[in-house]
Design a protein around this ligand. Structure first.
Ligand SMILES: NC(=O)c1ccc[n+]([C@@H]2O[C@H](COP(=O)([O-])OP(=O)(O)OC[C@H]3O[C@@H](n4cnc5c(N)ncnc54)[C@H](OP(=O)(O)O)[C@@H]3O)[C@@H](O)[C@H]2O)c1
Length: 290
């Protein structure tokens, strides 16, 4: 039986990748951070050589974009050095690495959805750490797959440390406070189960290099919040704000939507509509609340 490993297995994407790859008939080993910290070279080497997988999915990541500005070492440990550890272990064991990266490698000035060949220009510590992870993958492996995605939301976010934007909006709405969301930042919110399906399809079809797999719609965070409340049947007081009024420690790209054309040219079906993803999310999250 073919074997796959999933690191960062309890995160939003890790949970879904584990399910999808197992359903494809792979004997699957999952590791959350307590079991294997990818920043620990020895733990990674031992885990990979003991199981000897053909596929390794790295879903582990330090994703706290603002906090990374005050603790860049922590971001680099997971997102750069941890990825280096996995890349080296994959090379040592002839395994294919599937690694996930972010729309934040771009500076958001293109004014159109980003394609894989666009120049990168990370704007902060998190973004630099993720771009460095990509470079380590490319430095050590010729046939690895790097999937860049954007604004991930998956049902495991209900109980993960970091959560996701949908959970944040639902929490704020339930607290009865007025809600302000930026309307001048646009991304491609991506449903983790769809991202997992597409990424596994790409990996099993032998794709290598960089692929963009975003949610398929470029929307502002304000419009996404509106869609969330509509899907949840909630009517909080929601007003738009902007980057100037709502300052954050980290700079973020203003327009970081991803173009999925390369994925589609590879024979993978387009992402389902964002509203469909939200409806699925609303029912799937209930299982994680129990
Ligand atoms: N979430 C987004 O909006 C977003 C946007 C663009 C790209 N991405 C990328 O998409 C991928 C999946 O993200 P996600 O949303 O599934 O993230 P997530 O829900 O935050 O899950 C990440 C998981 O990685 C674990 N982790 C962090 N550092 C680790 C380490 N050193 N060793 C082992 N595990 C570690 C975390 O554990 P702890 O919780 O214990 O730290 C968490 O379980 C990542 O590559 C991320 O950078 C995400």
């Amino acid at each position: 039986m073919k074997k796959a490993m999933v690191f960062g297995a309890s995160g939003q994407l890790g949970v879904e990748i584990g399910k999808v790859i197992e359903a494809r008939g792979y004997e699957t080993m999952r590791f959350d951070r307590k079991q294997v910290d990818i920043a620990d070279t020895r733990q990674v080497e031992e885990a990979v050589s003991a199981f000897d997988p053909s596929l390794v999915f790295n879903c582990a990541a330090y994703n706290q974009v603002d906090l990374a500005e005050s603790e860049p070492q922590a971001a680099l440990a997971s997102n750069a050095l941890g990825v280096r550890n996995l890349a080296l272990a994959c090379r040592q064991n002839d395994a294919t690495l599937v690694h996930f990266s972010t729309d934040y490698v771009f500076d958001g000035t293109a004014g159109r959805p980003y394609v894989e060949t666009d120049a990168t220009h990370p704007l902060g510590a998190y973004a630099v750490s993720k771009r460095t992870g990509e470079l380590f993958v490319k430095a050590y492996l010729d046939r690895a797959l790097i999937v860049r995605t954007s604004g991930v939301f998956g049902p495991a976010g209900v109980r993960s440390n970091r959560g996701n934007f949908v959970e944040l909006m639902l929490r704020l709405a339930n607290s009865g406070q007025p809600i302000r969301v930026v309307e001048d930042h646009v991304a491609s919110p991506t449903y983790a189960p769809f991202l997992a399906e597409k990424s596994v399809e790409l990996a099993l079809a032998g794709a290598s290099g960089i692929f963009h797999v975003g949610g398929g719609s470029a929307v502002s965070w304000f419009d996404f919040a509106r869609m969330i409340f509509d899907a949840a049947g909630l009517t909080p007081v929601l007003t738009p704000t902007n980057e100037r009024e709502y300052r954050t420690p980290a700079r973020r790209p203003k327009f970081s939507a991803l173009e999925n054309a390369r994925m589609q040219a590879f024979g993978i079906a387009p992402m389902p509509p964002l509203r469909e993803a939200l409806d699925l999310y609303m029912s799937a999250r209930l299982q994680f609340l129990m």
